[in-house]
Design a protein around this ligand. Sequence first.
Ligand code: SAM
Length: 273
Amino acid sequence: MVAPTLPPLRQTIAEFGLSAQKSLGQNFLLDEQLLARIAAIAPLGGGTPVFEVGPGPGGLTRALLRSGAKVTAVERDARCLPALEQLGAHFPGQLRVIGDDALSIDADALMGEPYHILANLPYNVGTALLTRWLEAPSWPPMWQSLTLMFQREVAERIVAAPGSSAYGRLAILAQWRAEPRIAMRVHASAFTPPPKVMSAIVHIVPKAQPAGVDPATLSKLTAAAFGQRRKMLRQSLKNVAGALDALDKIGVDATRRAETLHLDEWLALARQL
Ligand code: SAM
């Protein structure tokens, strides 16, 4: 597809008065080559439905549109909407913009067909949405991949292995029914304005859910165990009904601590309960 001529992103920002607001976690990416590489992480082709959260001035959005994707973008900052409308005019029929808080949107209902999710979001919103997407009650989910920017330390928690200090609920949540990987590290200087921390993009694809594991049980178990991660399991799980018996049945020593249990052991424990 021939890329239509668009004004440089800096010009769009100046024209629509989009000075970055800290309260909205606005750190914009303006390097179009970098944005094209980020868009290429997801397996997109002509007409692929994409749900983008937090398009801002539209840098990632234009990269997605250039790849031929059909984008639905949800942006909370009303100042960005005219700039996004201008962008949509360059790609007729490819961009739908919704001015709203992504946390109040039911993406499955909005998209109505399998779709991919891409987002460069403020840290707290990104983690809240990731948790929601990974805890979908039915599996496989309607989303086919997640490509999400996080501060690097959070990205490392998502892909962490047992025994490391980063290993916790987020790793278990992300790894038991999906496969996460760090697809790209992004230096703070790539953003305008640069944040204080480094960032990384995590790419996550759903995998088959292990049989017999109830998401709510796994969530309750890991909340109790990692809520007191320095304590032995016999202490941290003593208020979860049946958990100590279940540990015994699957042959896990109750003097171990949460961070030493492998994913398979968490799944066996949830299954026992
Ligand atoms: N995608 C653009 C980029 O890469 O340059 C902007 C990224 S900036 C880090 C985060 C964007 O998310 C901002 O445009 C901000 O207004 C938007 N945002 C923050 N909270 C949001 C929410 N709850 N729902 C939708 N958008 C949100």
